[in-house]
Design a protein around this ligand. Structure first.
Ligand code: ZN
Length: 254
């Protein structure tokens, strides 16, 4: 028997939100702390992180505000200490104006706007662009970051070409990522994604990330064997890994 057709008309939203971000505040040890809550349907537990924007809480979709506050109170000393560290090291935001400092492979470059330039070029410690290319900061940001992304891809390809024979793996396909939470990732099948912002870091740190992802082509895990593989091409990987963990946030400004 055929089911009768429903008489009710549905008007679905047409999309199902999977992430919801909101702001909240809590008093911890007598101090008012603001934080961002990012709810996700894919999450199953609450996490606390301090990123370049401050305190961020990752929470399951249904987590109650109470559960989040309880966790923050439970870890109040950690939160306050990490926030104090973040305040101290927090660099000023970019405005994409003449005189601003940009980073390329660990070298500070002064954004210098010179009229009638055809293309971006680096001249000594100057990063030369033309004021005519952009009507506002956003357009200048796009110009500069597009250039940085092209540099990044070229640099990553060169470093992969240098390292992959040492691990006796074939050169993987490389793609740029724009992630805010990771520097690189490796996919089964031999594709590597590297964060274009790495191009701002000194080459030794770029190399660490490239070596790390290449080593995943040999060991798709973080086992002792994996770290031994990394050490074959970057023997002092521990120091570089620590440096990226402590200094990496500086390069997330863009
Ligand atoms: Zn890894």
């Amino acid at each position: 028997m055929r089911k009768p057709r429903t008489a009710q008309l549905e008007l679905p939203f047409g999309f199902r939100r999977t992430v919801l971000t909101s702001q909240a505040h809590i008093c911890l040890d007598g101090r008012l702390v603001s934080y961002t809550v990012k709810r996700s349907r894919r999450r199953s537990s609450i996490s606390l992180t301090i990123d370049e924007h401050g305190l961020r809480v990752g929470a399951p979709w249904q987590a109650s505000p109470r559960a989040i506050e309880d966790l923050l109170r439970e870890h109040d000393a950690w939160v306050l200490r990490k926030l104090a560290e973040w305040q101290e090291r927090r660099p000023s935001p970019r405005c994409w104006q003449d005189g601003e400092t940009l980073m390329l492979l660990g070298q500070p470059l002064r954004l210098t706007l010179v009229p009638d330039q055809r293309q971006i070029r680096v001249d000594g410690s100057r990063f030369i662009a033309s004021p005519a290319w952009a009507r506002n900061a956003d357009e200048m940001k796009k110009k500069v970051t597009d250039w940085l992304r092209r540099e990044a891809l070229q640099c990553f390809r060169e470093r992969i070409a240098h390292f992959h024979p040492l691990l006796e793996v074939s050169a993987p396909e490389v793609h740029l990522s724009n992630a805010r939470t990771r520097w690189g990732s490796c996919h089964i099948g031999g594709r590597i994604r590297l964060n274009w912002r790495l191009i701002q870091m000194p080459l030794r740190l770029v190399d660490y990330v490239v070596a790390h992802e290449l080593a995943h082509l040999v060991e798709m895990n973080h086992s002792p064997r994996f770290w031994k593989t990394v050490a074959r091409i970057v023997p002092d990987y521990r120091a570089r890994r620590t440096e990226i963990k402590t200094e990496g946030h500086r390069y997330l400004l863009v």
